[in-house]
Design a binder for this molecule. Structure first.
Ligand SMILES: [Zn+2]
Ligand SMILES: [Zn+2]
Length: 415
């Protein structure tokens, strides 16, 4: 087998790896770089035998809009649904690519490659690692993973799995070079949320990604334990609806303790999207207006300490609501709070932090594995070569792993 990392050998995001056998050529991930710089597709990608998408984060799938329709895209069914939903709510044209769905842990074939998708614990739902084999060699692509989320059992199971001899492990290292922060795992984030909500006499607001399934579930559980109702915007309500296709334990607006802000300005852009795509949303466009599923600003003002509110319009909502005090739980990467990483958006957070009537609290844990867990994974897979990807600090790898082999973007490796 031959491999080329087209992007990702020395950066987090934009991952794209090409694999060539004697008669088959595939790509693994086709991500948009996190800095959103313009990049070209790898040469001759239009004639490949397929592209695997590890999970529905744009730094792994973001360039699929540029891929010709005849190229087959392999991902899980949930991944396709989340990618389509992101596109629709961003007012992008619907994707016309051909998706082929694989099932977790079930082997499938692309030409001479046999591929086994392993479901991993990550901040996105349905994040997969891939074991890719041909007649001669075996490669393991870690995708994005962690060991400390709500699905940490998946990580433990991987450590117990018996694998064939692995020639190459392509291992993500997002946390390489960073010290673990205040919150070691998802459970500690949930505990912090409960503490904040119990001590707040006004409403609590949550800033997090609507596609971070673990975080939404943590927030819902924390709300219940604090005797609050979980209030979401239309977009988040729809994403929860999609998530509910994989588990009946996902909080959706039909649940008594979940409500949607579907009227007034907080419905704004989202409702325009729903009106534009009736065939896509079907009965959901009626569900969000059923009295038992929705909530109004008045109801929040009347009982402010009964709600945890997750909306894309938090800043505006805080200003419009007639309330004296609130807590704002910031539950995303701390980099977005800095000028260095978020030159356009950080001032909006500064304003919220400096507002005396808002108790601004950080409660977040990484979606990526710490070095100690990556070491466990490397030990379990015992590869002949370990190639860094999805990292800003590949130079750290030899301190922690044996057989590290560095590649530059575009450099070919034969094994
Ligand atoms: Zn990533
Ligand atoms: Zn990811």
């Amino acid at each position: 087998m031959k491999m080329i990392i087209h992007r990702g050998s020395h950066e987090i995001g934009g991952s794209c790896v090409e694999l060539k056998g004697s008669s088959t050529r595939i790509f693994v991930d086709i991500g948009q770089p996190l800095d959103n710089r313009k990049v070209n597709l790898p040469d001759d990608i239009e004639n490949c035998d397929g592209i695997l998408i590890s999970h529905p984060h744009a730094d792994h799938y973001g360039l699929i809009g540029m891929i010709p329709d005849e190229v087959l895209l392999y991902c899980s069914s949930l991944t396709e649904k989340l990618i389509q939903a992101s596109g629709i709510f961003s007012n992008k044209p619907a994707l016309t690519n051909k998706f082929i769905h694989f099932t977790k842990w079930e082997k499938f074939q692309i030409g001479e490659f046999t591929i086994t998708p392993y479901l991993m614990d990550h901040s996105s739902a349905d994040s997969f690692a891939f074991l890719i084999q041909d007649n001669e060699s075996a490669l393991f692509y870690s995708g994005d993973l962690r060991a400390t989320g709500r699905k940490s059992v998946l990580f433990k199971n991987i450590l117990k799995t018996s694998f064939p001899e692995i020639d190459v492990l392509i291992l993500e290292g997002s946390t390489m070079g960073f010290e673990p922060k205040e919150f070691p795992d998802e459970a500690s984030v949930e505990m912090k949320m409960i503490e904040i909500m119990k001590n707040e006499s006004g409403p609590c607001f949550l800033l997090c990604s609507s596609q971070n399934l673990d975080r939404l579930v943590s927030a819902f559980k924390a709300a219940i334990q604090s005797d609050r109702i979980f209030v979401v915007d239309i977009y988040t309500a729809w994403i929860l609806q999609i998530f509910s296709s994989i588990s009946e334990n996902i909080p959706i607006i039909q649940w008594e303790k979940v409500k949607v802000l579907s009227k007034g300005f907080t419905a704004g852009n989202h409702y325009e999207v729903i009106k534009k795509h009736p065939e896509y949303f079907t009965s959901f466009s009626r569900e969000i207006y059923k009295a038992e599923n929705m909530i109004t600003m008045n109801e929040i003002e009347n009982n402010p300490n009964r709600y945890l509110i997750k909306t894309n319009y938090t800043e505006k909502l805080i200003k419009k609501l007639n309330i004296n005090h609130s807590s704002l739980i910031y539950s995303m990467w701390s980099g977005y709070l800095t000028k260095e990483h978020n030159p356009k958006g950080y001032l909006q957070y500064e304003a919220l932090k400096n507002e005396p009537s808002i108790n601004f609290v950080y409660a977040h844990t990484s979606g990526h594995a710490y070095v100690k867990d990556l070491k466990k994974l490397a030990k379990a897979l015992n590869p002949k070569m370990l190639v860094p990807i999805h990292t800003e600090h590949s130079e750290e790898y030899p301190k922690h792993f044996d057989n590290v082999h560095f590649l530059l973007d575009g450099q070919e490796l034969n094994f």
